[in-house]
Design a protein around this ligand. Structure first.
Ligand code: LLP
Length: 423
């Protein structure tokens, strides 16, 4: 079966009479013509549905991890649907506030928040600060002694659990830059110190085991540690972080947010955890909501070796294949249900051989220069981890719903490349 598995497309995907892909009632080929390529196309109703699932699954606090994808429209959407927002830097904090999200709805993360970032958070009045180190406790005490407001905080603990995912996105094991290790006693010392400190009010603990986790038992393993720890310190609120994996390619399947929530609540009950539970999904909210549209520029056939299909984006709009060896599907939006017998390698326009978008892709055999080619499940950690490498312009982002498209991030211009260049 070489056809694209339709379940990888955004919820509101349909075929037009001619067999082309419509998302949210808008034809993707028209979007490519109107807004240019590369283009991130997000199904707005899909985003809203995932936010609602998260809110229903975690009524004590569903937090959208903005690092997955952030622009003002996304921040507003998550807030409108009742989510809190995880911001992990001063920059993410700034964008969330600029979107009009109240500071009280923000959860401020980061393993190395600078005094300036902490000051920004304290002055704005962020809802929770997640403390990651003893140095951060020192910094907060200094800032509060200097007259800034006393924050509500969570202490991030590292439970010593292997999440079984790529090592770059695994955070629960003891050998991690994040949080206070439970097994060394650092977590206990941190909680005791924060509880005694007059400069902050301890609300609970935080724990994030990693990202792109399919094995829900890993969350249960972490919960067992969290439950013992919470019991010991009378913790009443636990933020279990994010990490729920999504299916990227044919043959993969992942639990829904609702299933994940049910597993977590069940495991919490089994572990005797009575604290309120928050969670912080990023990828599970945004990844499958979007496809990226590219235009084919060149096709290079090397007999008996492979076919390179080069498009007008690349590692600057999706560095995940290079960073983590991540795979994606490829298809032609003009004929979504066509068989894809042609083995191809989808590459970008950057000046290096490593610039791969899809190492082993499949396309219909009539793919031609000028075609629009798409990669599904590109709504997380593509736009947000994008770059200007080779001074390639960052793509535009459109949200589509009910037959309408709205531009939420415009394409960069050559002038944007000089905006910070004061030389
Ligand atoms: N909460 C915390 C504290 C996190 O560090 C993260 C992700 C999340 C929530 C959201 O995780 P998610 O639900 O999206 O898995 N760039 C990598 C992923 C890095 C994730 C970093 N932290 C990737 O493209 O796979």
């Amino acid at each position: 079966m070489t056809r694209l598995p339709f379940e990888l497309l955004p919820d509101n995907s349909r075929l037009s009479d001619s067999g082309s892909l419509q998302i949210g009632g808008v034809d993707t080929l028209e979007l490519a013509n109107e807004y240019g390529t590369p283009l991130f196309v997000y199904d707005e109703e899909h985003l809203r549905d995932r936010c609602l699932q998260a809110v229903a699954g975690f009524p004590d606090g569903a937090v959208y991890a903005t690092k997955a994808f952030l622009c003002r429209a996304m921040a507003r959407l998550a807030h409108e649907e009742g989510m809190l927002l995880d911001v992990a830097t001063g920059g993410e904090l700034h964008v969330a506030l600029a979107a009009g999200v109240p500071a009280s709805s923000l959860v401020f993360h980061g393993n190395n928040k600078s005094p300036a970032e902490l000051e920004l958070g304290l002055r704005a009045g962020v809802g929770l600060i997640v403390i990651d180190s003893f140095d951060e406790i020192d910094r907060l005490e200094e800032l509060v002694a200097g007259g800034l407001p006393t924050p509500h905080v969570l202490v991030r603990i590292t439970p010593g659990v292997e999440a079984q995912t790529h090592e770059f996105v695994s955070t629960g094991q003891d050998d991690s830059k994040f949080g206070f290790t439970v097994s060394t006693g650092a977590a206990a010392r941190a909680v005791e110190r924060v509880a005694r400190s007059g400069a902050m009010s301890l609300k609970g603990i935080h724990c994030h085991i990693g990202s792109q986790v399919f094995r829900v038992e890993s969350f249960a393993d972490a919960l067992a540690v969290v439950a013992r720890f919470s019991d010991q310190f009378g913790i009443e609120l636990v933020n279990l972080g994010g990490g729920l994996g999504v299916a990227y390619v044919e043959g993969e399947s992942a639990p829904s947010i609702a299933e994940w929530a049910a597993t977590i609540h069940g495991a919490a009950q089994d572990a005797g955890l009575t604290a309120a539970l928050m969670a912080e999904p990023g990828r599970a909210i945004t990844a499958a909501a979007a496809v990226t549209l590219y235009r084919v520029g060149t096709i290079k056939e090397i007999p008996d070796v492979r076919t390179y299909i080069a498009v007008d984006g690349g590692m600057s709009d999706n560095p995940r294949p290079i960073l983590y060896g991540s795979g994606y599907e490829t298809f032609l939006p003009r004929s979504v249900s066509a068989a894809r017998p042609k083995q191809i390698r989808l590459v970008g326009k950057h000046c290096e051989s490593g610039d791969l978008l899809v190492s082993e892709g499949k396309l219909p055999s009539d793919v031609a220069v000028g075609d629009i080619v798409a990669t599904p499940v590109t709504g997380s950690y593509g736009h947000s981890m994008g770059s200007n490498y080779n001074k390639v312009l960052r793509p535009a982002v459109v949200f589509v719903a009910d037959g309408d498209a709205r531009l939420v991030v415009r394409r960069e211009t050559y002038d944007d490349l000089l905006a910070t260049d004061v030389g």
